[in-house]
Structures are given as C-alpha cells and as structure tokens.
Design a protein around this ligand. Sequence first.
Ligand code: FES
Length: 140
Amino acid sequence: MFPPVAPRAGEKLCALADIPDGGTWSHLYGAARAIFPVVVARKGAELIAYVNVCPHQFLPLDGYMGEFLTDDGEYLYCMQHGAVFRLNDGVCVAGPCGGRRLLGFNVEVRGEDVVMGRWPDAPARPPADPRDHSPPNRAR
Ligand code: FES
C-alpha cells in the first residue's frame, strides 16, 4: 500500500509558509505510473492532507491546475466531474462518488517545515458525521 515514491515519515513536504491560511499546497511525487500526488490544506494552525486522487475515476482533483477549494474553504472539489468533499474528513457529499472519501494521511509541523507523518494511517481525520450533508458553496 505504501507508494514507493511517497515521502517517508519525517521527510519535508514544504515550508509551512508555502501553504496560505485558507488555501492549499500540492505536489506530485514520482512520475509515470509511480506517482504520489498530495494536497495539504491549511485552516489556521490545522493542516489537512490528502492523496490528490479522486475516488470516482482516480484522477487528480485539480487536474494539476492548483484549484482545490470551494469559495467558503470548507470543501475540496474535483474539477473532473464535480465531486465535492468535506475538507475536514474527505467524505464526498455531492457528485458521482457520494459516500466515498479521499485518502488522508498525517503531516506534522517541525519548526518552519511541514513533514510527512505516519503512513499508512488513513483516514487522518475523524469519522464523518453522516447527518451533515449541507450543500457546499462550490467555486468555479
Ligand atoms: S474523477 Fe473526480 S468526480 Fe470524476
């Protein structure tokens, strides 16, 4: 399960300053069929990390264009076919992969850097509240 091109636990992903508060940072490790695409979102001091692969057709959420979040910053969306995922737990709340979730992993802040946490350890977020299916404010 551990992708050979994935950073090892403790390996630097980026500087904390690379992730704007209310925004995301993404990177593609590896090449060809051995890739590990990541996206890390920041909400204040909280970092939320996922493998950048949509559970619908296993394509990158952003098409590697760097656009992940809805206007309210509470959801990630997939530009491929419109799936929408709660940022906090990665659960799909709208679109073609309803009920499935993004694969999360842990990251840690060490000094000024964001480093890879333990893996595999998904989901990194607490279980979803199944009652929360409020419609997202999707960005375009
Ligand atoms: S690949 Fe993401 S919605 Fe289809």
